[in-house]
Design a binder for this molecule. Sequence first.
Ligand code: ATP
Ligand code: MG
Length: 462
Amino acid sequence: MEGVAHLIEKVPEDVLGICRRLRENGKRGWIVGGCVRDLLRGQPAKDWDVATDARPEEVMRMFRKVIPTGLQHGTVTVLLRGVHYEITTLRGEGAYSDGRRPDSVEFVDDISADLARRDFTVNAIALDPVDGHVIDPFGGERDLNARVVRAVGDPRERFGEDGLRILRAARFSATLGFEIDPDTERAMGEPRSLVTFRRVSAERVRDEWLKSMRAPRPSVAFEAMRRTGVLGITCPELLEAVGCTQNKWHAFDVWGHVMASLDASEPAPLLRVAALLHDIAKPRTRAFSEKTGDYTFYDHEKIGAEMATDILGRLRFSNDERDRIAALVRHHLICYDEGWTDAAVRRWIRRVTPDLAPDLYALALSDVRGKGRDPADEVQAIERLRERATGLLAAGAPLGTKDLKIRGNELMKELAIPPGPVVGEILAALVEVVTDDPAENERSRLLVAARRLYDERRKSDG
Ligand code: ATP
Ligand code: MG
């Protein structure tokens, strides 16, 4: 008890209460999985999972508020003061024939058998918070101290059973900052593991990508995915970047640049997905320019937005997420210089939309910081654009027809315009006028401009 007393102090009273209640009923309760790992690392645990030798029906009888979340897998959720705790009956596991779910669940009485089906040694430690007993049959604590992700048991077997574990290993190595044990990594890339991996659903790949994006350096996970071959299965487009050298502005090839940008990005997962994909079309658009004597990547942002849309659709990102990330890729090149007039800044805001602008500054900053060159000048340019755009927005810069001080129906009445597309065209032209000079956004001045535009149009129509 001595050695773990300081850990047990950190276990919430309600979790301790659950384990005590199990004991009073002649059963045992252990905390298991991520929460034990995080406790031992001295990190706050996210959620508390309890394993027990009581059967689900017995657990249901011991607590007042229970939800039978996954009875066939032995999981019951206990609700205490609004918090959910998952209590899962110890289980061994039958054969995996589909590479995702075991064919049968077999309840067992031995905690070690339950730990044996878990993925990595650091996730296969149990702690009985009532008596302070730690059960660690696979050297999880040793690997925590050595900062190693190691499969439980024979790694070839384990990745052959469940392909998701390959992504989990990559993810944990990034979120924990651990190395993957060489034997484990070798097994991740074995043909049989990759065959099993192909059966992992796109949704689960997406979820693992997003969880990896919360790591201090997500590149650690994506490098592991690349080395083992799973990245080539989920996103072969990204591999085109490997070895794709750039030009004098860049110290790294496209892959190295993308990884550096990813790590330099703010830790918002979707923003980081945008950083991962921002140069996705560079390899396909790369061309040598005789004029500059260097490589160019014309239109890579446009083609990149299309490729990102395709990739994110495949990975079952929501339509909103997909469209937002594609828009970030589309507009990631910020070519600001001090020569821009206010009208040019307003045009830029209109094009990218005010909603997207903050993420674009962030993406552009991670982009320039990922070049491996002194980023000071480019950082300054982005900051200047941000300052000016923010100022112009605060001053109420008109950005669309809804901001015009005149409505379409008023135009029709004042200028006797018959219904038709011409009203919309004049309004669009007026938006250009007020973008150039917001002082023009006044009813009488807009009417004058509209009249002129309408006359010009009728003349040209003959
Ligand atoms: P996180 O901090 O992401 O929640 P976690 O380790 O708690 O990490 P969960 O997905 O919540 O991960 O799973 C809880 C536990 O269940 C793991 O610690 C591990 O012991 C076991 N586990 C989860 N997924 C698998 C899997 N695919 N194969 C084997 N064991 C798994
Ligand atoms: Mg968890």
